[in-house]
Design a protein. Sequence first.
Lengths: 342, 342
Amino acid sequence: MVNTFIINQALDMHLHLRDGDMLKLVAPLTSNSFSGALVMPNLVPPITTKEDLLAYKQRIIQASKDDNFIPFMTLFFQNNYTFEFLQSIKDEIIGIKLYPAGITTNSQTGVSSMDIEVLRTTLENMSKLNIPLCIHGETNGFVMDREKEFMPIYESLAINFPNLKIIMEHITTKDAINLLDKYPNLYATVTLHHLLITLDDVAGGMLDPHLFCKPIAKRPEDREALLNAALKAHPKLMFGSDSAPHPKHKKECCGCAAGVFTSPIALQVLVELFEKHNALENLNDFISNNAQKIYGLNLNKKSIKLIKKDFIVPNIYEYKEEKVIPMYAGKTLLWSIDSIEK
Amino acid sequence: MVNTFIINQALDMHLHLRDGDMLKLVAPLTSNSFSGALVMPNLVPPITTKEDLLAYKQRIIQASKDDNFIPFMTLFFQNNYTFEFLQSIKDEIIGIKLYPAGITTNSQTGVSSMDIEVLRTTLENMSKLNIPLCIHGETNGFVMDREKEFMPIYESLAINFPNLKIIMEHITTKDAINLLDKYPNLYATVTLHHLLITLDDVAGGMLDPHLFCKPIAKRPEDREALLNAALKAHPKLMFGSDSAPHPKHKKECCGCAAGVFTSPIALQVLVELFEKHNALENLNDFISNNAQKIYGLNLNKKSIKLIKKDFIVPNIYEYKEEKVIPMYAGKTLLWSIDSIEK
């Protein structure tokens, strides 16, 4: 029986850190155990200038309180980013994140058209400069079909920009998994919660706002496909929590915001999940090595030792006025973080 | 242009009236305009004896404050109801409602198996006594498939009990509509909200607990099939609001209860919907005549005159400590109830 497990240089390749007191609350919950995280740029207003980007990075470093933690910064996609601008910011970013306008939290200023000709200037410049493209791939169709309907757009981007690394963010469907093997320049992140839940968990019993997220959790066969790809550490698939803190009152009020907060439990639950499926030998690939290879990252050493010992998930995380409810609040997990070696 | 419309003897063939102060709050919101309603028996504990049934009927009559309103009572299905018991209660009920155990609000004591042999005693006695069977037809499968998965059970019941009138309650799928034409003894009710919303309205934007219901709203093509059948007043389809008041705090708390409260707006919205689709000439069939024929009802005269005049839906309905939020709270509807003639 396995009783300890070591994760080396854990990476969260899709993370929302927000800003202000919320940043101060959530940043340490990731930086403490993870070696790095790809940080989403959808603040209000979004990060579209070098000045804003560097200032935000500085605030993250201050809030994260761990010199061994690297925030990998992203820029918010806009049409007509010039070659010169992208060249000047290239060394400060890991990629550029594209949101269709209005598709999720703070995406109002995203692109209003996915027409390749409209996007071409920026994409060609990114391609020339080897800047990866991270995409929130959903149409504005019927909620269960939004990702599936986006597949032809992924395909068209992959074909038209063969030298562009394209990351399908937080994939939720069997269709997206299938696409990974079809185009050499398509990659993906998958969240913890989409490995665990389906729409049943959100709306099958009582309605659970804390499991409401975008993209919405899909069907059992979709979760199965995602889980299988993660457990075998498909080399083009990376862990990205999409951990998205929303203030408690915005989750529980009438008309709740989309996002699941998983940062403080992700490692423990992943070890439990991979152990259950006899796939622990693949976990370091899924949570670190794949992303290192795909993005070409250099990281400081940081080993996390997990042990099989009950961990009771806090009911709430708070800092000043900010209160966030994590996934599995109050539940007991089988694994705990024992120690972290840097 | 149509500016007035008369509904005669409106019937709500699937209604939750609850008990106590909640009954006092919601009963008049139906009895005021409707001529009758089929009342669900899923109180806590459920209605399974003649004594409880008659006492509940009496409380409903008192709360409804309208001598022209008839509460059509139902019994909560149990295995092994004897012929003698059913014969003794036959004249007091319009049908018996079957719930699979745990499938929705207050259904814990429903049947734990849909095996026909287990259900046979009660069903044969009902069949001999011409007592209709009303069913909440959902399996405990994946939330979007629950009704579809129940179709073979409906078929098996229809075939095995050819003389039993079987009403598929609050249908939400194209599959259920298709089944109506396949068996002479299958009928259905459909709610107002399932003619209007899909899963998109519940979880496509922000999460809307007030539109969360069981069965959950399905796909656009399902709504289309339901709406088409209603607009042409399919003779085996009846209006049943499934209006289900839950206290405000149970809808907006974390983990909200399932049910949409539509009684006070149903007639106005139905007129608007049928007018929009040029189907007003079928509305009286859908909302009254079909049910009268299917159940063989005798009703007092009650005409409701609706006029095209803005109606602002109240934000809340309250009585003592009970507070309920209606569908379309605070919105403006195009039609109002002008007068009611008895």
